[in-house]
Design a protein around this ligand. Sequence first.
Ligand code: MG
Length: 207
Amino acid sequence: MKIICIGRNYADHAKELNNAVPTKPLVFMKPPSALLVNNKPFYYPEFSKDIHYELEVVLKIARNGRHVQPEFAHKYYNKVALGIDFTARDLQQKCKEKGHPWEIAKGFDGSAVLSEFVSIKDLEDKEAIEFRLSKNGEDVQKGNTKDLIFSFDYIITYVSQFFKLQQGDLIYTGTPAGVGPVQVGDKLEGFLTTKKEEIKMLKCNIK
Ligand code: MG
């Protein structure tokens, strides 16, 4: 199982970190050991003083495939979750300055928070999924997948040129604006709107 992540996939977020809006998806990975599930707490690591939350819609890959053509891309995922792409922003900044890979800033233990999944069938419109993150009861991020620069189908087609997609793989599809730091004691909650109602998908306490 692999965890594929897309960076800078919402223009408002690219701008808030003074990054250019990309013309092709920015792809990186986290190892499976990064996963943090079942609403377990996140333990603030000693190597960073600036851990940021990034709430993202996550796709679960439903079948194996490589070189997926655009017209078939929708067949490769059938469930979505919410995830937090925890990022050690201070380490990431150093890596960027040196032109080094990002893994230590993005793939550390617990950096891939993942909720339960909901079926795409239960969503009003998979092209317009509303989601939000609250920190200590206050909304800090609000997103809608209609604002994605690269759609789910485009991501599937693009990524599968390089990496064989395998059933169970996860794709973190990028974060909207509003990313920010967490501190020990913070309580994060992620919500997603389905056909019927808004569901609390995840909670993550920072310890
Ligand atoms: Mg991200």
